[in-house]
Design a protein around this ligand. Structure first.
Ligand code: AMP
Ligand code: MN
Ligand code: MN
Ligand code: MN
Length: 283
């Protein structure tokens, strides 16, 4: 039987999720996931644990990460799957990408202090599992804790998105570098949740074309932040650009994520699943 229930996008305490790789693996397996990948932001420190936990729970495993990239003035996320988690160039590239997060977080806290939210850096740090990976999500959890907002969605809307007091523009990795790190480490690069970006049709076309030119091979079609209409739209985009399709919940936390592991619809049978390109990388 071909694999259908693949979940190739989620986050642990190694980035901005709230669960350990081991607890995520158990949850994924309990939800019927056959093939799993942990894709922490800009970080692959959880990969050996996740692979072992997948094995212990009877799932197949692909290594994973979600790299932050700046393209046409916006942040784009590129998922890497099936790479060697000990590849030196990839480890260095991710290390450099993470490097800007500390200073950015301090600046975010300064912006928040100006609107009366004190000690946000220290507050966010309490939620951080990996000191190198402080993210907006950790600030969001702190602002919910203080009662400033009722949930993390409201925090992003009022404080952490472009033009808001806690937002700090940031330059991440280039598209070319992210795709090359993944590919040269033996993996496959995938454009994450394309419907989330606010690109014009021309910019989106440029993103997909340049991604292909650099060696990118896949696009997320079925993912937590897409609507059913967007599954159809990006399924068509995948076919148009000759890209394979991926499926992943983008699960972060039982309290915050509306999409659980392994619960989204399966990929349309006419698409090429990205895991078919990775048959020899599945553990
Ligand atoms: P960062 O990498 O620090 O810019 O943080 C990005 C992360 O913030 C994403 O991976 C999501 O987990 C989270 N995020 C972004 N936008 C929202 C939103 N509107 N509501 C909740 N979480 C969000
Ligand atoms: Mn996240
Ligand atoms: Mn993302
Ligand atoms: Mn994600």
């Amino acid at each position: 039987m071909p694999i259908q229930n693949a979940d190739l996008h989620c986050h642990s305490v190694v980035s901005d999720g709230t669960m350990t790789p081991e607890d995520l693996a158990a949850r994924a397996a309990g939800n019927g996931v056959e093939l799993w990948a942990l894709t922490d932001h800009d970080e692959i420190g959880g990969q050996h644990r996740a692979a072992a936990a997948a094995r212990a729970n009877g799932m197949k495993y692909l290594t994973g990460t979600e790299i932050s990239v700046t393209f046409a003035g916006q942040t784009v996320h590129i998922i890497g799957l099936g790479f060697d988690p000990d590849n030196a160039a990839m480890l260095q590239g991710l290390n450099d990408t993470r490097g800007g997060r500390g200073p950015r977080a301090r600046e975010m806290a300064e912006g928040l202090a100006k609107v009366g939210i004190a000690n946000a850096y220290e507050g966010a740090l309490k939620y951080v599992g990996n000191p190198e990976l402080i993210s907006r999500t950790h600030f969001a959890r702190f602002l919910v804790e203080t009662g400033a907002c009722k949930d993390t969605n409201e925090v992003f809307r009022r404080f952490l998105t472009e033009g808001k007091p806690g937002y700090v523009p940031h330059r991440w990795a280039s598209l070319k570098h992210a795709v090359e790190w993944i590919t040269q480490a033996g993996g496959v690069a995938v454009i994450a949740h394309p419907a989330r970006y606010k690109f014009s049709a021309n910019e989106e076309f440029a993103l997909f074309s340049e991604f292909k030119t650099h060696g990118g091979k896949g696009v997320e079609v079925v993912t937590g932040s897409h609507t059913p209409a967007e599954y159809v739209k990006y399924g068509e985009t995948a076919r148009e650009f000759g890209l394979a399709a991926s499926r992943g919940s983008d699960f972060h936390s039982p309290d915050e994520s509306h999409t659980d592991l392994g619960q989204l619809p399966f990929l349309n049978g006419e698409l090429t699943p990205v895991w078919e390109l990775l048959a020899d990388r599945i553990q």
